[in-house]
Design a protein around this ligand. Structure first.
Ligand SMILES: [Zn+2]
Length: 416
């Protein structure tokens, strides 16, 4: 999950009054309860190896563990190189007796440095587990491995195919794995993504929409001149940049959830020189795919109006992770998840978050109904990307129940 996903948890779509939920499926509940101890063993094994993005030896070590676990669970596994930062994307597939194609997705890299796992190995205290990446997203990896173990106990194989994708570079934007994620997702009916949920939000949630991110940049070229001797010969790029930033303040659209914030500025070289160059960087977030074009077009029109004559201004918008926009297929999966959680008497919110996840790459803008996507099926935790990152141990059973039942339910529905 990207750095500010947790902080930007916004717009909780609050629960309708809890209806009369069905009773829990006792066989599934027993099967997932039996996974609690093994889940924690798996999690410890994963957390105690450093897998910071680009830590190729650590990633290779965990990749080998994951490969053998998937193969032991009856999946045929292939590795695809993720070129940008190193490491491989693992893709495991297993066929069942049904028709529905289901993908389980999460990343195995973390934001932490090599050596952190030795300094802060997996520990459990006060009903929480701690360690680098314990929730984001190693708790999600363990969730996938142990929901498959629960399905095995239940002798359930009524899916068409079960495809597991573990990627090694999510924390750096999945540059080396995003095409692979999109390619595999395109073949699926359902994609379940296992980023963690947020204990800090006060209510357990799955995510039905994530924002996309784009990187704005604003460049001004002026003319240098001595600030004391010949200031009139200069063209002050910093003054023009300030003017442009003020003009570009209102490109957001809160009704659509679009924001653009200018976050970095640079300009000038010495106090006695009228600055020749200045630049600014901005952070754009959005839910609605068309907002990229709107912001780019409006910004380029706006920057045509200058305050300092003879300066050149350019505006650029580099695409980052795309959004998972609100859509009916995801909403329906979210409602289904709430009904399943309700069987345990537990409320579940459907959240929209300001951070982006790989669900954005799995989403197919040209066919929004397929695959149907749901995010944040991993463990409940908090303080992501900090030394205090934790996972809530009491969430293992309900979350495994949710994921296992969800796979079983979507396996058995008829195809669209
Ligand atoms: Zn993550």
């Amino acid at each position: 999950m990207r750095p500010n996903a947790a902080l930007a948890l916004a717009l909780l779509v609050i629960l309708s009054p809890v209806a009369a939920w069905a009773a829990p499926d006792e066989a599934v509940l027993a099967a997932v309860k039996a996974q609690d101890g093994p889940y924690r063993e798996t999690l410890k094994g994963l957390v105690d190896v450093d897998t910071g993005t680009g830590d190729v030896p650590g990633l290779a070590k965990v990749e080998a563990v994951l490969r053998s676990r998937l193969e032991a669970a009856g999946l045929a596994v292939e590795s695809r190189a993720a070129p940008a930062f190193g490491g491989n994307t693992l893709i495991g597939t297993r066929s069942g007796t049904g028709t529905r194609k289901i993908m389980l997705l999460v990343h195995y890299d973390t934001v932490f440095a090599t050596g952190d796992a030795a300094k802060r190995p997996y520990t459990e205290r006060d009903s929480r587990a701690y360690g680098p990446g314990v929730a984001d997203a190693k708790g999600g990896i363990a969730m996938i491995l142990h929901l498959m173990a629960a399905l095995e106990t239940l002798r359930f194989d009524r899916y068409g195919t079960l495809t597991v994708v573990f990627n090694p570079d999510e924390e750096r934007g999945s540059r080396g794995s995003r095409d692979e994620i999109a390619r595999v997702a395109r073949e699926q009916d359902v994609v379940l993504s296992f980023e963690p949920s947020f204990a800090d939000a006060g209510v357990d949630a799955v995510t039905v929409a994530t924002k996309g991110i784009n990187y704005a940049s604003l460049t001004v070229k002026g003319r240098a001149s001595h600030a004391g001797g010949a200031p009139e010969a200069g063209r002050n790029a910093v003054v023009e940049l300030a003017h442009q930033i003020l003009q570009l303040q209102d490109l957001g659209d809160s009704g659509k959830g679009t924001s653009l914030h200018w976050t970095v500025v640079q300009g000038g070289t010495k106090p006695n020189i009228i600055p020749e160059a200045a630049r600014a960087e901005g952070d754009m977030r959005y839910f609605v795919p068309g907002e990229y074009d709107r912001v780019l077009t409006q910004a380029r029109r706006i920057v045509g109006s200058h305050r300092v004559p003879d300066t050149q201004v350019s505006f650029d918008l580099a695409r980052g992770r795309p959004p998972l926009p609100q859509n009916p297929a995801t909403q329906a999966l979210g409602e289904r998840a709430r009904a399943i959680y309700g069987e345990l008497g537990a409320p579940l919110a459907l959240a929209e978050i300001g951070g982006g996840t790989d669900a954005g790459y799995a989403f197919q803008p040209d066919s929004p109904a397929k695959p149907a996507l749901l995010e944040s099926l991993g463990i409940v935790g908090g303080h992501y990307h900090s030394a205090d990152e934790f996972a809530v141990l009491a969430s293992i059973t309900p979350r495994l129940y949710l994921a296992t039942r969800l796979v079983m339910e979507v396996s058995q529905e008829s195809g669209r």
